[in-house]
Structure formats: C-alpha cells, structure tokens
Design a protein around this ligand. Structure first.
Ligand SMILES: C[S@@+](CC[C@H](N)C(=O)[O-])C[C@H]1O[C@@H](n2cnc3c(N)ncnc32)[C@H](O)[C@@H]1O
Length: 338
C-alpha cells in the first residue's frame, strides 16, 4: 500500500517538495535527502526536524514511524499541510548545511537545553566532559558554609557556567564573554535557567584575559573552552566553517594558542593556591597545551585528560601553592644563633 502524498502548498512562494503523509516514509525520504547532502546523522536530524515542525517531542515521531501512523496523528490541532510545508523549509535549510541546532533553536548540553542561533558557538558533546572535571572539583571543595567560586572564561552560550551552576549546590559562578552577539545568547540562557531552576550565573561582557580582576587569587576552579583552531586548519564541516562565529573558532597566533595563552594567564591570576584549571584544546594540541601552561608559570600537576571517546582534549593543572621555607629541625645547627 502506498502512502498518500501531500502536494506542495499552492501559495507560489512556499516549499516545493511533495512530502508523504506517512511518518515512516516521510522520515525515510527526509533522511535519504539529508544523507545525500553529506550529513552524518540524517535519520536523527530528520526525526528532530519533523518533531520541531509538528511541535512535538522526537519520541512521538519515532513511535508514529514504528506504528505506521500518518502525520495527522502527531498534532491534530495543526494541519498536515502546515507541518509538511514547515518541514520542507527546514529540510531545504538543513540540506544547505545550516546547523540542526540553529533550525530547532536549541542545543542539548548535559541536562540543559540551551537556546542557540546565528552568532553563538553551538556547544559540543566533548565539552560536557570538560564541564564534568570542573564540576567534580567544585563538588569536592570544602568552603565551610560558602560554595566554591567557579569562573568560566569564553562562555559562549553559557554552557559550562550553567552546567556548574545547576549541578554544584551553592556554587558562585562567574562567566565572561567578549563577543556582543554571543553574550546576548548567554544572557538569554542565564535568564531562562534562573527562572527554571533558580541557579545563578554572574555574566560579564569583556575580555577573558583581563576580566574579573576583583576575584584575583580567590577562585577554586577556572574552566574554559576558548577558541583554539590554528589559522591554517579550516574546519571541514560547513556547519562549523560557515555558521560558528570566527571569533569562537580561531585562537590566533601561529599555533592557535594565543587566546588560550592569555586565558591561561588569567587563570593563574584568578585561582587561589591549589585551585584547578581546566582548558579544552584540539586533539593534536595536547603537548603544546601542556607546554603552554608550563611556560605561563604558576601551575603544577600539569596533565592531559581525555574526553568520553578517549581522545586527549583538555589540559588540567593546579595553581601552585607558594613554597615556604621548611622549619629547621630541632637541633639543626642552622637554628642556632651565633
Ligand atoms: C569555542 S567557543 C566556546 C563557547 C562555550 N564555552 C562552549 O563551550 O560552548 C569560544 C568562545 O570564546 C569567545 N571569545 C573569544 N575570544 C575571547 C576573549 N578574549 N575573551 C572572552 N571571550 C572570548 C568567543 O566569542 C566564543 O563565544
């Protein structure tokens, strides 16, 4: 039995695809189209775009496909035509490699759904592990009645800062973002999260290398996913190359580590002795990131940590404690006055 096909809207300027009304066939055909456009996860993207067009959770699309139901089973209140027109528009844009997260308007990060769009870096799954290291450290900081002080430098959408603020009870979280558009997205996420959960992030717009001087020497954790792409490494995926802001990607300098170097200096300034620094980098930068942290100075226990797929993706270091002269042992001749 063939499924009915809903003809394109006759408005003249609407989408031009005739899409089937059967959810299973619709998702299959949409996924085939996205696969031909070079998208790595065509089935997931097709399901998410249909869910977005219909205004329902993805699970309902998946179950309607399994049950062989028509699109009208998803949301009777909206016409099938309107949903399919919207889906056709979304598929056109996705096949042009507009990021899925820009089309649906949100990106998942740990347990959060962050609003994103043009002008802000889309948070990545590998950064969730960077946030995990910061969260684990903050949870372990004993501060008496006061919570740990955590700073997220280069916060973008606010992803890491908001994860810490919602997962570490009592944490006092600060976030810094330079770019005006990215800062505006972060502000939206900070407000939405505060309204939803009560978690507070103190967000400032400024240069991570000089911001928050009032916190110098008092922070327990400084975490950052700064721009670190070297000038000669142009990202391959159009979603990244064309839609992530340049200021979010390129770290400047020959090695892409000029901004990270400034961020590392800021971390040395902000951290209290014994505080933890965590910074994301590219897989090929593990050694140069460790060398960079050592060259900045003021850190010890400098090591590389992996992301969840086992790739070396972050440098972790502890702010050195000042070395004090050891007390002379009793009876030590140097203890005696002349
Ligand atoms: C790779 S993105 C990461 C965003 C976010 N931390 C995340 O993980 O999703 C880097 C961010 O750093 C910001 N940025 C670049 N240079 C900066 C600077 N000097 N000070 C503060 N933010 C900066 C960019 O605008 C961008 O939002």
């Amino acid at each position: 039995m063939t499924s009915p096909v809903v003809p394109p809207s006759s408005s003249g300027d609407g989408p031009t695809h005739a899409l089937p009304d059967d959810v299973s066939r619709l998702v299959r055909e949409a996924a085939a189209r996205l696969g031909r456009a070079g998208i790595d996860t065509p089935r997931v993207d097709a399901e998410l775009l249909l869910a977005h067009a219909a205004g329902v959770p993805r699970e309902r699309v998946v179950s309607a496909a399994v049950m062989g139901r028509p699109v009208s089973s998803l949301l009777p209140a909206r016409t099938v035509r309107a949903v399919l027109d919207e889906l056709a528009r979304l598929l056109d844009a996705r096949a042009e490699r507009v990021p899925l997260q820009h089309l649906v308007g949100t990106a998942p990060f740990r347990h959060l759904d962050l609003v994103v769009g043009p002008g802000v870096f889309v948070p990545r799954p590998e950064t969730e592990q960077v946030a995990q290291v910061a969260i684990d450290e903050a949870l372990g900081v004993a501060r008496g009645s006061e919570g740990p002080v955590v700073v997220d430098l280069c916060t973008g959408s606010g992803a890491i800062a908001l994860a810490v603020a919602t997962e570490v009870p009592g944490a006092r979280v600060h976030a810094v973002e330079l770019d005006r558009d990215a800062h505006a997205w972060a502000e939206r996420n900070v407000t939405r999260t505060r309204e939803a959960s009560g978690a507070v992030v103190h967000l400032v717009r400024g240069d991570a290398r000089t911001a928050l001087a009032e916190l110098d020497g008092s922070c327990d954790v400084v975490v950052s996913n700064p721009p670190y792409v070297p000038p000669d490494a142009v990202p391959r995926d159009p979603e990244v190359a064309l839609h992530d802001p340049q200021v979010a990607l390129y770290g400047l300098g020959e090695d892409g580590l000029e901004v990270p170097r400034g961020v590392t200096r800021a971390a040395a300034r902000l951290l209290a002795p014994g505080g933890l620094y965590v910074m994301e980098h590219a897989e090929v930068q593990a050694r140069s990131a460790r060398d960079m942290v050592a060259a900045v100075g003021g850190f010890e226990d400098i090591r590389t940590a992996d992301d969840l797929t086992g790739r070396p993706r972050m440098v972790v270091a502890r702010r050195a404690r000042p070395t004090s002269e050891p007390d002379p042992a009793p009876g030590d001749p140097s203890d005696m006055e002349d």
